[in-house]
Design a protein. Structure first.
Length: 268
């Protein structure tokens, strides 16, 4: 009887422990799912509309559309309608593009390998799928697909009906950014691993020092491009300007624009 009683007590103990264990697992899953949801929402990729920034300086008027590289289709549809409407009102688009300006595919290959060495990962490493019925590239990263949301990459500017006859590329080509970095901090040396590893395969070579990677991001990807945009806008002859540029660049751009002319004011 004592043995049976002991076994019964042990069974009860394990039963309670297992229930506690399963409750803990469910709680953890719910917690991390919620945290992940909040993280994704904080990136802005689930927005249905774009919050614009409106500035004025006397007769000059500026509207800044914070662009995101990932978003829902109706988010980009909304921007399309906005751009089309504002261009009809006389606004000229100033848009973001660090596309290469090089003379050959060989030059681009070298710059791509240097850029990969500098940032420490394979170029275009985001896993993309294409449906046969829809050629739109759809991002299916775990962080997003777990929410069941269909996220697409930012379409080409032609999708937004940008008038290329009047539009201005208000950015610095990637090759110029790399050239300026090397001029200030020395050449980006490519080793045998860098040359042997195809650009479309996982990058396992030794990256450049972290401090240089941070400098490139802070001083070149962010600061120099924001200063360049501010200078172009400040010196532009156009009275109405519509800027299509990354959301993360707005604060820096506004700072450098007001350093040039403090008369720019926010319009609510």
């Amino acid at each position: 009887m004592i043995i049976v009683k002991g076994i019964t007590s042990l069974q009860i103990y394990f039963s309670i422990s297992m229930r506690y264990y399963f409750v803990l697992i469910i709680f953890s899953l719910l917690f991390f799912s919620c945290a992940e949801s909040l993280m994704v929402q904080s990136t802005g990729v689930l927005q249905n509309a774009s919050r614009t920034h409106h500035l004025k300086n006397g007769e000059r008027e500026l509207i800044y559309i914070p662009m995101r590289h990932l978003g829902k289709r109706n988010y980009y549809d909304y921007i399309q309608r906005m751009v089309d409407s504002l261009q009809n009102q006389g606004f000229v688009v100033f848009y973001e593009s660090i596309a290469y300006q090089v003379d050959s595919a060989q030059q681009r290959d070298v710059y791509d390998r240097k850029f990969r060495k500098l940032v420490g990962h394979v170029i275009g490493s985001t896993k993309v799928y294409e449906k046969t019925s829809d050629t739109t590239k759809v991002l299916m990263a775990p962080l997003y697909k777990n929410l069941g949301s269909r996220i697409i990459q930012q379409p080409q500017y032609s999708f937004f009906k940008v008038d290329y006859n009047t539009a201005v590329i208000a950015d610095i080509p990637k090759n110029e950014l790399l050239d300026e970095f090397e001029y200030s901090y020395g050449d980006i040396i490519l080793d045998s691993c860098d040359w042997k590893t195809p650009l479309n395969e996982p990058y396992t070579c030794k990256p450049i020092k972290t401090k240089f990677r941070n400098i490139f991001d802070r001083e070149f990807i962010m600061k120099k491009r924001e200063q360049n945009l501010a200078a172009l806008v400040a010196d532009a002859s156009q009275k109405k300007i519509l800027i299509m540029f990354g959301a993360a660049h707005y604060k820096g751009f506004l700072k450098y624009l007001k350093e040039r002319n403090s008369d720019w004011i926010n319009v609510k």
